[in-house]
Design a protein around this ligand. Sequence first.
Ligand SMILES: C[C@@](CO)(OP(=O)(O)O)[C@H](O)COP(=O)(O)OP(=O)(O)OC[C@H]1O[C@@H](n2ccc(N)nc2=O)[C@H](O)[C@@H]1O
Ligand SMILES: Nc1ncnc2c1ncn2[C@@H]1O[C@H](COP(=O)(O)OP(=O)(O)O)[C@@H](O)[C@H]1O
Length: 283
Amino acid sequence: MTASQPSPWWPAPAKLNLCLHINGRRADGYHELQTLFQFIDWGDRLRFGVRRDGEIQLSPALPGVASADNLIVRAARMLQQHSGCTLGADIELDKQLPMGGGIGGGSSNAATTLVALNQLWNTQIPEDELAQLGLALGADVPVFVRGHAAMAEGVGEQLRPVEVEEPWYLLVIPAVEVSTAVVFNHPELPRNTAKITALEHQPERWVNDCQAVVCDEYPQVAKALEWLLEYAPSKMTGTGSCVYGVFSDKNSAETAWAELPQGWTAHVTRGCNRSPLLAMLDQ
Ligand SMILES: C[C@@](CO)(OP(=O)(O)O)[C@H](O)COP(=O)(O)OP(=O)(O)OC[C@H]1O[C@@H](n2ccc(N)nc2=O)[C@H](O)[C@@H]1O
Ligand SMILES: Nc1ncnc2c1ncn2[C@@H]1O[C@H](COP(=O)(O)OP(=O)(O)O)[C@@H](O)[C@H]1O
């Protein structure tokens, strides 16, 4: 008898929004955006064991998130329903990413679940369809399914793959969770930034239109940004709370990290135009 191979860990990387421009608001309340997504080489990991009985079991549970609401469980059930697959899964989550930080941990977990189970269950859903399925779980799920740095437009659903620089980042994680819905409903949010053609080639024009209102509402975010700006050009990602400084090399990012005020949390990480999830699929 041969020992069975331990199942591999699948990466669920975080993303940064290198810019987030708000171009308008639709009648349904959703906002028209231009946002540039890049992955970083830091994230959660998931491990899957196939079950014959159709059950989806996740461990450990996330504090404050009921299993049925967890995006991992919802993604697995959605794939079962869409494909008619009768298999189930035991899913183990190694959670590293903070929640509500604007780095897309929940969306990335959902995307990795869709991509991994599509392979392990042999459901053979094509990538376009898998990305479309993911959109129902959250606006950022499709970019994680596709795994390429991308410019997103519309309400975030129109994706165009791009190649941008892959610098080093010092990512500072303020101890506060920011609600995306609260930021988008803020009366002071700027909503009329002009649309820019080929924005991915003009880094000097990249801004985050949510940054000012989040800094006003959350002093911890303002403080983190103020500190980072002493070391490098810096911005907030998504609707916050995380902020990142951009460095040309690992050493200078680590030098700034060594000066981090006591009690703060930060990571030195590299930008990647190809997601670590794609790299795993290619192996
Ligand atoms: C704006 C981004 C950029 O990455 O923010 P972060 O969540 O990453 O910080 C995301 O696309 C967010 O994605 P996600 O968090 O999945 O948003 P959803 O669940 O679809 O929407 C949450 C709420 O945000 C508002 N919303 C979201 C997207 C959008 N284009 N316009 C909006 O007005 C809506 O009020 C919606 O109810
Ligand atoms: N697997 C999951 N990982 C993280 N958050 C999850 C997950 N499933 C559901 N959620 C919910 O989604 C919310 C947004 O999480 P997350 O994607 O990490 O933040 P953000 O959109 O700010 O990057 C969390 O506050 C949590 O309630």
